[in-house]
Design a protein around this ligand. Structure first.
Ligand code: FMN
Length: 387
C-alpha cells in the first residue's frame, strides 16, 4: 500500500520494473555520494516549528513566468520517461496538468513533443541539451514552438556524460545489455505487457522526427555520447536567446559565480541542480549549494531547485532556502512506473498534503511567507559549515 511519497513508490517501482530501468532511474554517477547527499542533506534541513497562529486559511498557489501554479512544484525533465509506463510522458503530463503544475518534456523523451502537447490543456515546458548537432537543436525548438511551448529549460551540466556504473551492471549499457534486458523484461510480465508490448514505438520521439526514421533505444547512448559538446560556453547560448522569445531557464547551476553569469546572460531563471547526482559525483548537494546562490541572485531571476526532493516537506525546505519552485525527478518516475497517470496524480496529492502540514506548523500562510525564518538556523548553519 502506498502511504509515503518518499519511500513506498520507490519500492513498488522496484518490484514492477525490469532492473535495467529501475537502476537507470534510481542510480547516480560513480560512487553515488552526491546522490545520497542530495537526499540526506535536504532531510537534515531543520524546519522551525511555530504554533497557535490561526493557520485556518492557507494557499500553496504561486506564479512563475506569468503562469499560475497550484503549488510550487514542476515535473523535471526525465529522459526515457516513456519506458516507465505506456506512453509515460503523456501520462505524467496529464497528471501534472490536471493538478495545475508544469510538466517538462526532456529532449530525449520517448513521446515526441507534438504527442505530449496535444494530450494536455496547459502548455508543457521543454528541456533542451546543448548538442553538437545544431541542426537538431533548431529543428526541435521549431517543433516546440509549433506545439505551443513557451518555457524552455536549457540543461548545461552535461558537456560530457558522467559514468553510471549501475547501468553497466544492470544491462542498460554494455556488451550483453540487449540479452539482459530481454530476460529481465520476460521476468516482469506486467511491465512487458503494458509498456514492452503496448507502449511502442520505443524510440526517442524527437530524434526520430528529426532524422525521419525510427531511432532504436540501442542508439540512445551512442547518439547522446557522440553529440554532447564539451566546447559549449555562454557565447553559444546567444543564438538560442535570439531564436527563443519565451522564458529561458538555465539548468545545472551549482555555484554563485555561475548564477551571476546567468543573470548577466539575461536568463529568466536557473535550476540549482546537480542533475540528481548523475553527473559529477562529489559536488555539493543542492541543500548545501542553494543558500549561497539565493544570496547572490535572489530577485534578479527566478530560482528553481531540484535533486533530492522526495516529499512535500522537501519542497518547503527548498523554498525556505531561497527557491521559488522545486522540480521533482525520481519521485514522479517511481509513481509513474507503479500506477501511470493515477500514480503521479496521487503522488502530487501526497506532496500537497505534506506541504500543507509543513506550512501550518511553520506558520507560513502563503508560499511568499516561507523564508530562512522558517528554518532552525542551526540546521542550515550545520550543513553549510560541513561543506
Ligand atoms: C532517469 C533520469 C533521467 C533524466 N534525464 C534528464 C534529461 O533528459 N534532461 C535533464 O535536464 N535532466 C535529466 N535528469 C535530471 C532531472 O531533470 C533532475 O535534475 C533530477 O532528477 C533531480 O533529482 P531527483 O531525481 O533526486 O529529484 C534525469 C534524471 C533521471 C533520474
Amino acid at each position: 500500500m502506498i502511504i509515503s511519497a518518499s519511500t513506498d513508490y520507490r519500492q513498488a517501482a522496484k518490484r514492477r520494473l525490469p532492473p535495467f530501468l529501475f537502476h537507470y532511474a534510481d542510480g547516480g554517477s560513480y560512487a553515488e555520494h552526491t546522490l545520497r547527499r542530495n537526499v540526506d542533506d535536504l532531510r537534515d534541513v531543520a524546519l522551525r516549528q511555530r504554533v497557535l497562529k490561526d493557520m485556518s486559511s492557507l494557499s500553496l498557489e504561486t506564479e512563475l513566468f506569468g503562469e499560475k501554479l497550484a503549488m510550487p512544484v514542476a515535473l523535471a525533465p526525465v529522459g526515457l520517461a516513456g519506458m516507465y509506463a505506456r506512453r509515460g510522458e503523456v501520462q505524467a503530463a496529464r497528471a501534472a496538468t490536471k493538478k495545475g503544475i508544469p510538466f517538462t518534456l526532456s529532449t530525449v523523451s520517448v513521446c515526441p513533443i507534438a504527442e505530449v502537447a496535444a494530450a494536455v490543456e496547459r502548455p508543457i515546458w521543454f528541456q533542451l541539451y546543448v548538442l553538437k548537432d545544431r541542426g537538431f537543436m533548431k529543428h526541435v525548438l521549431k517543433r516546440a514552438k509549433e506545439a505551443g511551448v513557451k518555457t524552455l529549460i536549457f540543461t548545461v551540466d552535461m558537456p560530457v556524460p558522467g559514468a553510471r556504473y549501475r547501468d553497466a551492471h544492470s544491462g542498460m549499457s554494455g556488451k550483453n545489455g540487449p540479452m539482459k534486458r530481454m530476460l529481465q523484461a520476460a521476468m516482469h510480465p506486467l511491465w512487458a505487457w503494458d509498456v514492452g508490448v503496448h507502449g511502442r514505438p520505443h524510440d526517442l520521439g524527437n530524434v526520430s522526427d528529426y532524422r525521419g526514421k525510427p531511432t532504436e533505444l540501442e542508439d540512445y547512448i551512442a547518439w547522446l555520447g557522440n553529440n554532447f559538446d564539451p566546447a559549449i560556453s555562454w557565447k553559444d547560448l546567444e543564438w538560442i536567446r535570439e531564436f527563443w522569445d519565451g522564458p529561458m531557464i538555465i539548468k545545472g547551476i551549482l555555484d554563485p559565480e555561475d548564477a551571476r553569469d546567468a543573470v548577466r546572460f539575461g536568463a529568466d531563471g536557473i535550476v540549482v541542480s546537480n542533475h540528481g547526482g548523475r553527473q559529477l559525483d562529489g559536488v555539493p548537494s543542492t541543500a548545501r549549494a542553494l543558500p549561497a546562490i539565493a544570496d547572490a541572485v535572489k530577485g534578479d531571476l527566478t530560482i528553481l531547485a531540484d535533486s533530492g526532493v522526495r516529499s512535500g516537506l522537501d519542497v518547503v525546505r527548498m523554498i525556505a532556502m531561497g527557491a521559488d519552485t522545486a522540480l521533482i525527478g525520481r519521485a514522479f518516475i517511481y509513481a509513474l512506473a507503479t500506477a501511470g497517470e493515477a500514480g503521479v496524480a496521487h503522488l502530487l496529492e501526497l506532496f500537497e498534503k505534506e506541504m500543507k502540514v509543513a506550512m501550518t506548523l511553520t506558520g507560513a500562510r502563503t508560499i511568499a511567507d516561507l523564508s530562512s525564518e522558517s528554518l532552525v538556523s542551526s540546521g542550515i548553519a550545520a550543513i553549510n559549515q560541513s561543506s
